[in-house]
Design a protein around this ligand. Structure first.
Ligand code: AMP
Length: 220
């Protein structure tokens, strides 16, 4: 059995951070297509080379690429006890494809969570986001200041190539045009959609998500 969740929301809303907390809480893997793509890019695999131009422009990579990555993960042993999908699906075609992958395996989603925050806050969060190349820590210039080393391991912090200001605006408009329609898609589905306020401390948002999940479970 296990828990099968989707966490959705615009870039910068905190899906990655909250997705990790939830995945840890339920003992399930967090499947982030963004992380899978970044791993392929830094390893220079053929898949990475195929998607580089889309990634660097802040555009979505083709649906068949991400559906292939998810299908592969579903066929591995690590998802047998459930999973949390982060950053996937992002288009109606991906959501349809996911539905087919699940149906073929006789699996159902337990909840689709949608984290929400105002656009201005998202732009500030993404453009100030810094990641440590060595240990993977994700932080913000608001927390560490400009040009500071990683507070966890002392290595240098970098800005993701798709977090640059002009790319961020494109990612937000891609979200509005291609991904936002999925909110209505899932709201109409049997699983339903659970919207959660994404403003506040990491712990407050996590608790809201856990409450929302409990409510979704009671309603089911
Ligand atoms: P993320 O880390 O989830 O914000 O994803 C970063 C970038 O990876 C996106 O801007 C897209 O270029 C690509 N990407 C990640 N997930 C998907 C997806 N489900 N569909 C298409 N492109 C994706």
């Amino acid at each position: 059995m296990g828990v099968r969740l989707i966490i959705m929301g615009p870039p910068g809303v905190g899906k990655g951070t909250q997705g990790e907390l939830l995945a840890e809480r339920f003992g399930i893997p967090r499947l982030s297509t963004g992380d899978m793509i970044r791993a392929a890019l830094s390893a220079g695999t053929p898949l990475g080379e195929r998607v580089r131009v889309y990634y660097e422009a802040g555009d979505l990579v083709p649906d068949d690429v991400v559906l292939g990555l998810i299908a592969e993960a579903f066929d591995g042993p690590e998802t047998a006890g459930g999973f949390l999908l982060d950053g996937f699906p992002r288009t109606v075609a991906q959501a349809d494809g996911l539905g087919e992958l699940l149906a073929a395996r006789r699996l159902e989603l337990d909840a689709v969570l949608s984290l929400e925050a105002p656009e201005q806050e998202l732009v500030e969060r993404i453009s100030g986001r810094r990641v440590c190349e060595a240990c993977g820590l994700v932080t913000h210039v608001r927390a560490v200041g400009d040009d500071a080393p990683c507070p966890a391991c002392g290595c240098s912090l970098i800005q993701r190539s798709d977090d640059l200001a002009e790319t961020v605006r494109n990612r937000l408009s891609v979200y509005r045009e291609q991904t936002e329609p999925l909110l209505a898609y899932y709201a109409r589905s049997g699983t339903g959609l659970t919207a959660v306020d994404g403003l506040g401390t990491k712990e407050a948002i996590r608790d809201r998500l856990l409450d929302a999940l409990r409510r979704a479970e009671t309603a089911a």
